[in-house]
Design a binder for this molecule. Structure first.
Ligand code: AMP
Ligand code: TRP
Length: 335
């Protein structure tokens, strides 16, 4: 591998399509970062079964997620894009880390508290409880300097750093202490129907989110029915005009034109004019990615081959870390 520092990030294969928020908030940065880092991008199917899943849907979503990442610019010849269950070291290191994590420490993870409350404490699985420890294993196997994640993952990164330091001090220097690279708030995209809420796959109204796999007509329709306000002026004012501000921000993030320049250009125009242009900008950015993703999915053998080669690259690094860990904790080597 090259002398560039390592980077790792992970994404859940939990939806049939990424949405515009995932693309602008995370994926665009991942594509950019693969130039400066030796990047490992893992589709976390082991994490996906911490809540009940449909097996056929999981299979389909894993491939769809991979296809969208490649279509959006993750280059399998530069980065290792792979599926977590293809690299057994993730589950193996997670076990060792489970054994150095305090029960109380794991109980303080807020994502578990939120998700288990939703599921009802009795139906929450032990897998959901140890989810952050598996995530720590994902990260530490690759000795990454940087871990690009959203703000919601900050606590899991802190746990990862604590576990790495604990292991190193107990058993000798083994893990690089990773830095969270929290992706900037500026790229946050809001729901088109409820513009004070983050665009999210769990949106109450499907019209509120633009999916990467939506066809052109659907994208146009969703943007044209975006909630605005009755004031009638096109300017960015998140407090009083969140809908219009969100449309301007989406335009600007995709077109590269500044919000100020957009405000000037649209001064005196109606919301319909703004929406028509935002729809055009979104379609011209996302349309080609969707089409490429569909092409990739139509050749499943080729897609699976790309994922297999990503897993081979990942294993070279992961198995080396795992071997050091197994040795340090006192496991004897098999004959
Ligand atoms: P999720 O699918 O919600 O787990 O998000 C996956 C990644 O996409 C995370 O890094 C989030 O920070 C990012 N993301 C999700 N929703 C948005 C949004 N509405 N705006 C910006 N980034 C987002
Ligand atoms: N927990 C992350 C999320 O919900 C996904 C994830 C799993 C991850 N393993 C990771 C992110 C390792 C970064 C690094 O978004």
């Amino acid at each position: 591998m090259s002398a560039k520092p390592n980077l790792l990030s992970g994404m859940q294969p939990s939806a049939s399509s990424l949405h515009l928020g995932n693309y602008l908030g995370a994926l665009v940065n991942w594509v950019r970062m693969q130039e400066d880092f030796n990047a490992f991008y893992v589709i976390v199917d082991l994490h996906a079964i911490t809540v009940p899943q449909d097996p056929n849907e999981l299979r389909a979503n894993t491939r769809r997620t991979a296809a969208q990442y490649i279509a959006a610019g993750i280059d399998p010849s530069k980065s290792a894009l792979f599926v977590q269950s293809h690299v057994p070291a993730h589950a193996e290191l997670a076990w060792v880390l489970n054994c150095i994590t305090g029960f109380g420490e794991a109980s303080r993870m807020t994502q578990f508290k939120d998700k288990s409350q939703k599921a009802g404490t009795d139906s929450a699985s032990v897998g959901l409880f140890t989810y952050p420890i598996l995530q720590a294993a994902d990260i530490l196997l690759y000795q990454p300097k940087a871990v690009p994640v959203g703000e919601d993952q900050r606590q899991h990164l802190e746990l990862t750093r604590d576990l790495a330091e604990r292991f190193n001090s107990r058993f000798g220097q083994t893990f690089t202490i990773p830095e969270a690279h929290i992706l900037k708030e500026t790229a946050k995209i809001y729901d088109l129907q409820n513009p004070t809420a983050k665009m999210s796959k769990s949106a109450a109204d499907p019209k509120g989110l633009v999916n990467m796999m939506d066809d052109d007509a659907t994208i146009a329709k969703k943007i044209k029915s975006a909630v605005t306000d009755t004031e009638g002026s096109i300017k960015s004012d998140w407090e009083n005009k969140p809908g219009v501000s969100n449309l301007l921000s989406i335009h600007s993030s995709l077109s590269g034109e500044s919000v100020i320049s957009l405000e000037e250009r649209f001064s005196g125009a109606g919301y319909g004019v703004l929406k028509a242009e935002v729809a055009e900008v979104v379609i011209s950015a996302i349309g080609p990615i969707r089409d490429r993703a569909n092409d990739l999915m139509s050749d499943q053998a080729e897609l699976d081959r790309l994922l297999a080669s990503g897993a081979e690259k990942a294993k070279t690094v992961a198995n080396q870390t795992l071997a050091a860990v197994y040795d340090r904790v006192g496991f004897i080597k098999p004959e």
